[in-house]
Design a protein around this ligand. Structure first.
Ligand code: SF4
Ligand code: SF4
Length: 449
């Protein structure tokens, strides 16, 4: 008997909690600009979740764009490629926004952007070929997560994965990089989706797009309608109500399929793979060209920067070079954030390089950088209503103060995805995310003892 086809959803499912953050999508209509080759790039060996790479070049080596300069050292690891051509000037150590030191390869540009002779499109005839190609491309989750994509797509048949969810919700304020990917690179996005459906034997793909991106919705729908491939009838665009943190994996799965990922389980346990739209678009282009992951679209915005825009930069370009390309600072920068204002990381200066998973640089002036002072908790319960994971942040805060590990575990502190919705909605401006991080560290340390 023929298996019945899984229906494509016509409207999203209700999600729990979240916050009505402002959109501030100032660069939504800003056609991406390719930044000229910088004089130097710094390529840290850790640009993903998992084991860092090992440099496979030495000082003085000449490299071309696309040459591997950092080799994988484990399964959960993705190779790193030269993003400009030139000479390796040093192997050094850099401190990344996560506070850790990593080896880094520094390349001085020869100004030529010479492409590597090793570049050629991969041959794909099976899921194994696809997984290997994705590994060799250096692809990691480009929406911010940085999880190596070849591991994510290495699903086993017994998992019955039936749904690919393409994440174009881009729910953080300011960021429009994925919006521009959907508009500017639509054909590659569709090609990437079709490839994944075909070789992973996944039944359907749902592209989740928030309703504040009408141009992305239009472009994607038109491309699907015009597509002659048989997989196209199993792909849909699902318009989602704009609400933070819709782009969080578990929240998006709920919105697109109605399925709930149980605590400590993965998307694949409910039959889903979630991939960021820029990752899928890159995959489509890699399969056609063989050019590995060497550049990244970054939204540059904020009250301290002169010209807000979307810029395509070689990975490893310094934030300073990118800000200079955007006309420099127009005011003293009070806070520099890599990523969005809700989940991004504040960095002390603009010397840090752009990594694969970075999608925004926000330079805020002093006024916009100030947070209101925290006052006493008024037990209003808004943090509980806001939590998409149905946690009680106010109780976690009490457990942290009491150093009560049992209470932290009972309140599911490790399930917190640090979205910040609770803190955003707290009328007392409590620093709930920082407190929850402390709670997680306490649980972690207690488990080690
Ligand atoms: S939202 Fe803030 S003030 Fe209200 S209960 Fe939670 S922590 Fe307390
Ligand atoms: S407790 Fe964690 S998951 Fe829940 S709203 Fe706060 S930061 Fe988000």
């Amino acid at each position: 008997m023929e298996k019945s086809r899984l229906a494509l959803p016509e409207k999203p499912f209700r999600i729990h909690g979240g916050a009505n953050t402002p959109h501030r999508k100032n660069t939504r209509h800003s056609q991406s600009v390719v930044m000229p080759c910088p004089e130097q790039v710094v390529l840290p060996m850790s640009q993903h979740i998992g084991a860092p790479c090992k440099p496979c070049v030495k000082k003085g080596f000449t490299v071309a764009v696309g040459d591997v300069i950092g080799e994988s050292t484990g399964h959960i690891c993705a190779p790193i490629h030269a993003s400009i051509s030139g000479k390796v000037s040093k192997i050094t150590q850099v401190r990344l926004p996560n506070g850790h030191l990593y080896d880094a390869v520094v390349i001085e540009s020869d100004g030529e952007m010479r492409m590597s002779k090793s570049i050629k499109p991969p041959v794909i005839n099976s899921d194994t070929d696809l997984i290997k190609a994705v590994h060799d491309s250096g692809l990691v989750g480009l929406g911010g997560a940085g999880f190596p994509s070849h591991v994510k797509i290495d699903i086993h048949q017994e998992n019955h994965c039936d749904t690919l969810i393409v994440n174009c919700s881009e729910c953080e304020p300011y960021i429009t990089a994925d919006n521009r990917e959907a508009v500017e690179n639509t054909e590659d996005v569709l090609y990437g989706i079709i490839t994944l459906l075909r070789y992973l034997h996944v039944e359907r793909a749902i592209i989740g797009v928030e309703d504040n991106k009408p141009d992305a919705i239009r472009s994607l729908k038109a491309a699907i309608n015009n597509c002659k491939e048989k997989e196209a009838k199993n792909i849909c665009v699902l318009k989602l109500r704009s609400r933070y943190p819709q782009g969080a994996e578990k929240v998006l799965i709920k919105a697109c399929t109605g399925r709930t990922v149980p605590p400590h389980k993965l998307p694949v346990d409910v039959g889903c793979i979630v991939m960021n739209i820029t990752s899928v678009g890159f995959l489509g282009s890699y399969i056609k060209t063989g050019v590995p992951l060497i550049s990244k679209r970054v939204t540059v915005d904020g009250s301290a920067v002169n010209e807000a825009k979307n810029v395509i930069v070689p990975i490893g370009t310094s934030v300073r070079d990118i800000i200079d390309f955007c006309g420099g600072y127009k005011e003293t920068c009070g806070k520099l954030i890599i990523g969005g204002p809700m989940t991004g990381v504040s960095v002390p200066d603009d010397s840090c390089p752009i990594l694969k998973q970075n999608n925004a640089v926000l330079a805020l002036n002093k006024k916009d950088s100030l947070l209101p002072p925290a006052t006493d908790c008024i037990r209003c319960g808004r943090c509980i209503k806001s939590c998409p994971m149905k946690l009680a942040p106010v109780n976690i805060e009490t457990a942290v103060k009491m150093k009560d590990i049992d209470a932290l575990n009972k309140n599911g502190v490790t399930l917190c995805m640090e979205c910040g919705s609770c803190a955003y909605n707290c009328p007392a401006h409590r620093g709930l995310v920082q407190i929850i991080r402390m709670g997680k560290a306490m649980v972690h340390n207690a488990a080690k003892e």
